[in-house]
Write a new protein. Sequence first.
Length: 554
Amino acid sequence: MSGEVRILDAHGQPVRIQRRRPLALNGNSNVPFDAASRSSQHMAAWNPTLWSADTGMNPYRDTIVARVRDAVANDGWASGAVTRILDNAIGANLKPISKPDWMWLQQETGNKGFDHAWAREFGRAVDSHWRTWANDPGFWCDITRNQTFSQMAHTSFRHVLVDGDAIAILPWAPERVGRGRARYCTAVQLIDPDRLSNPNLVFDQQSLRGGCEIDGYGATVAYHIREAHQNDWWAGAASMTWKRVPRETDWGRPYVVHSFEQQRAGQHRGGAGIFAPVLERLKMLIKYDGTELDAAIINAIFAAYVESPMDPQLVKEAMGGGEGDIDREFSLNGYQQDRMAWGEENALVLGGARIPHLYPGEAIRTVTAARPSSNYAPFQAAALRNIAAGLGLSAQQLSNDWSDVNYSSARAAMLEAHKTLTRRQTNFFVSWATPIRSALLEEMMEVDGLPLPGGVVPEFMDARAAYVRCQWAGPPRGWINPVDERAGAILGMDSGLSTLEQETFAQGDDWEELLHQRAEEIRTMDELKIPRPEWVGQQVASIVSRPPQKPEAA
C-alpha cells in the first residue's frame, strides 16, 4: 500500500512488533509487586476490602467488644495484661504537677510579673486546690460519689484498653456546693461507651458516625448518648431514647471528654481496644489450655483398671439378666464373695506392705498419663509471645514468668514495653485528664483567688493552654537493680545529663515536695539530737539549719 512503511529482518521478512500488554488489575497477568499478585499460590485467596476508618469498625464494634470483655473477664492472661498496663500507667494516685507557661504569658502580655517565681507559686496553689477536689473523702469530684479522680482515671483507661473508648461528661452541679459538701460545681460523670451510638440505631451518615455528630471539617461537635444501656431491662423506654450532648459550651469549656487511640485519619470512634488484633489467637490458646487441663484431670482420675475373665454373657447372668434360676457360681454376689475369700486366704505382706494377690484370670493395668502434651509448653510460649507483641507488653509481663531471663534481657524488655506504655499513658492524659483539669481550673480562677501578678493578666479562656500546662505523675517506674540504677541516676545528675526533677518524676514524685520533706527530716533529727546520716552534706546542712521562714500569704 502506498505510504506504508515496513521493517524487514535479515531474511527480508517483515519484523513482528511485540506489543506491550498493559498491566492488568486482576487475572493472571504479571504485576510489579508480589504483594499485589492475584494469581500467586499464597496470595490468590487473600482479597481484603479497603474500608474507611469509621465504616471498617463501627458496624462490628459491638461484636468485637463483647468478645474482648468475655476474654478479659474469664481468662487469666487477658485479665492480667489489662491489670499490668493499668498499674503501670495510672497506678493508685494520679496527680498533676503544674508547669504554667510563664514565658509565653510574659511574651504575650509584656508583663514581667509572669516569671519563674510566679509559676512556682501559682503551681503550688493550683496543685493544693486540685488535691482537695480530686481526693476529697466525700468523693464530690464524681457525680455518682463513688470514686476519687485517680479511681475514675483507672476505670476510664480500662475502657480505652478493653472497649477502645473512654467517655465522660462534666456536669455543672451548684446545688452540691456548701459546708461539708462540694467546694466546686465541676464534677465528672463516666459514661459507658456502649451508650454512644446513632439515634434509633440508624446507619452511619455523612454527619453522624458511631454516635458522633461531625461538622463539615470532620470535627466532632456533639455526641448522641442513650439515656440508659441497651441491656438494662429495668430502663424501659430510656434504653431507646438518645440525648444530644454538645462537645463544649459556647465559650469553649469542655462538656464531653472523649478519649480513644486514633489509628487512621477520619476516625471518630476508638477501635475495639488493644485485644482486637490478637483476639482470635488468644481464644485458640484459651481453648487449647482448657483442653489440656481437662485431659490431665481425666488421666489423674482414671489411673488404673482391672481386667476380668467375665465375658458379656456371664456379666448378664451375674446381674440376674438370664432366664430361670441362677446358680450361686454365676451370680454377681457369689463371684464377689469368691474374690474376697481368695484375697483373704492368699494375702501377701512384704516389709509391712500388702501385695495384692489377684483372682485367677484378673490383671491390673495402669493408664500412662500423656498429658499435658510435650508440645504444649513451647506452643503456649510462642502464642504468648505473639499476643504480648500485639498488646505492647513483654512476654514476661504477660505470662508473669521471669525464670528464663537475666537482668540485661529483663531490662531491655522493660525498656521497650515502657515506650509503648508511655505513649498510651500520654495520649490518655492529653485527651482525658487534661480537659477535666482545664474545666476545674477555670472554676478555680473564679472562686479561689489564685496568685496572679499585677498589670496585664489575660482571661483564663484566652490563655487556657498556658495556665493548664502540667505534667501528670503516674506510678513509679520502679527498679530492677536498685543499687546500680540509682547509682546511674546520681551519675546522670552529676554529669548534667539529668536533673533531680526528671529522676523524681520517673518515680512518680515531685522534686520540690521531696526536698521540703528532706529538709524537715533533717531539722527533726537536729531537734531530737539524732546524728545526721551521711547523705546530709555540709552545704545542705547549713541551709536546713536556718530557722524556717514564714510563708508568704497567697
